[in-house]
Design a protein around this ligand. Structure first.
Ligand SMILES: [Zn+2]
Length: 406
């Protein structure tokens, strides 16, 4: 058993001091616990349940020079995530059970946090032939053709009906073929997919939304009562805009950074609840790929190791988001939307915990990155709220309390 002394937790939207005793489960949370246990002094760190990131690219099987399930889940543990949902743009694509098994075997062998893999909507994400949802349904929570937009609406509509039958979420990388990268490429796709989601009633989740018009369309549908339609926003669309790109490959991702007006709309959507969660779109590439000139380098930036501090520093510390909402957008809402196992900081619950340093600013450096990729636009920035300790099922899987990275 591990005794976490002098931590702080969130209770009724306030931060209060508590000791926490954990085994595989949370044994006790109290003002002062003592006993003959392994003791870790948290010195005021903020303890929360492990966070959930529903949008990560771990590149395995298929592209292990960029990331692996091992390095990806290690980055998750460092960042403060104990559950992640790896995207299916892999080789092979998890579009049938045989292919999904390749990924699941590696997860079983190498993952140090919970991984809930996505299946694909269409075979090979080619937007033509429907993938075998019935086969993979028992093993996945959601399906997506992330990385490419769905432009052939027929397989999508029939897959929505099947997904509904199996209670799977369809996550959409909304993008029209014609409009690729332009704001209208996103919101035109969003508008037409909303109509299909209304018609079929399928749980439909829009990934990494980034334009004012997309949020307007989603907000309107939600106001009409379509609670099956949800969306996420990514940290980079909340805090960066297109004026910051300056040809730097570490500022290149898809959807791209948008205008300041669209960035503000993204913030507004998170604040008013149109977007009920943040997801990192963690997308590692090799240093060689990301050292090419801007037009020739692949889309994608790292996200797992910086998402919590970016949200904490920009939204919680500034008072834009309260502590309850902080936990909702990083833990409770992803769990609710994607039907994942519940986690909370209560006696008897699984001991998946993190401990954030909210008192000290930390300079984020390239050297500390755990992911195989080093493609982060945040290197050299300072944030509050970096995770210092991750406990999974009662075992320490990340510990920086000694302050190597201070
Ligand atoms: Zn995407």
């Amino acid at each position: 058993m591990i005794l976490l002394k002098n931590g702080r937790i969130i209770e009724n939207n306030k931060i209060i001091k508590k000791d926490i005793l954990v085994d595989e489960k949370i044994i006790d949370i109290n003002d002062n616990i003592s006993g003959d246990y392994e003791v870790i002094d948290l010195n005021g760190k903020l303890v929360m349940p492990g966070c959930v990131d529903v949008h990560v690219h771990f590149r395995e099987p298929g592209f292990i020079n960029k990331e692996t399930i091992k390095t990806g889940t290690m980055a998750a543990a460092k960042g403060g995530f104990t559950a992640v949902m790896p995207m299916p743009n892999l080789n092979p694509y998890p579009d049938n059970l045989e292919h999904l098994n390749v990924e699941m075997d590696i997860i079983k062998r190498d993952a140090i946090v919970d991984c809930y893999p996505y299946g694909t909507v269409t075979v090979g994400e080619k937007d033509v032939e429907a993938s075998k949802i019935a086969e993979i349904a028992p093993y996945v929570k959601a399906i997506t053709d992330d990385g490419v937009g769905v432009n052939n609406l027929e397989p999508l509509e029939s897959q929505m009906l099947i997904a509904k039958k199996y209670n799977l979420v369809i996550a959409s990388h909304a993008e029209t073929l014609e409009g690729k990268y332009a704001p209208e490429g996103e919101y035109v796709a969003v508008r037409r997919e909303i109509e299909l989601a209304k018609k079929t009633g399928c749980k439909y989740h829009f990934c990494h939304m980034s334009t004012k018009e997309s949020f307007e369309a989603i907000r309107k549908a939600q106001k009409e009562g379509y609670t099956n339609i949800t969306c996420e926003v990514a940290p980079h669309h909340l805090v960066l805009n297109e004026e910051m790109i300056n040809g730097n490959p570490n500022f290149k991702m898809n959807p791209p950074l948008r205008s300041e007006e669209n960035r503000r709309a993204t913030v507004e959507a998170l604040l008013d609840g149109t977007a009920c969660m943040v997801a990192s779109d963690h997308a590692p590439h090799t240093e060689e790929e990301k050292s090419r000139e801007y037009d020739k380098c692949p889309n994608g930036i790292l996200g797992l190791e910086t998402m919590i501090p970016i949200i904490y520093t920009n939204f919680v510390k500034t008072g834009l988001i309260d502590l309850n909402r902080f936990q909702d957008i990083l833990i409770n809402n992803p769990i609710k939307v994607f039907n994942l196992p519940k986690r909370s900081l209560n006696v008897g619950e699984v001991a998946d915990l993190i401990a954030l340093d909210i008192d000290n600013e930390h300079l984020y450096t390239k050297e500390e990155i755990v992911s195989k990729g080093k493609n982060s636009p945040y290197i050299g920035n300072k944030y509050y709220g970096f995770n210092q300790l991750t406990i999974k099922n009662g075992k320490i899987i990340y510990n920086n309390l000694g302050g190597k990275h201070e």
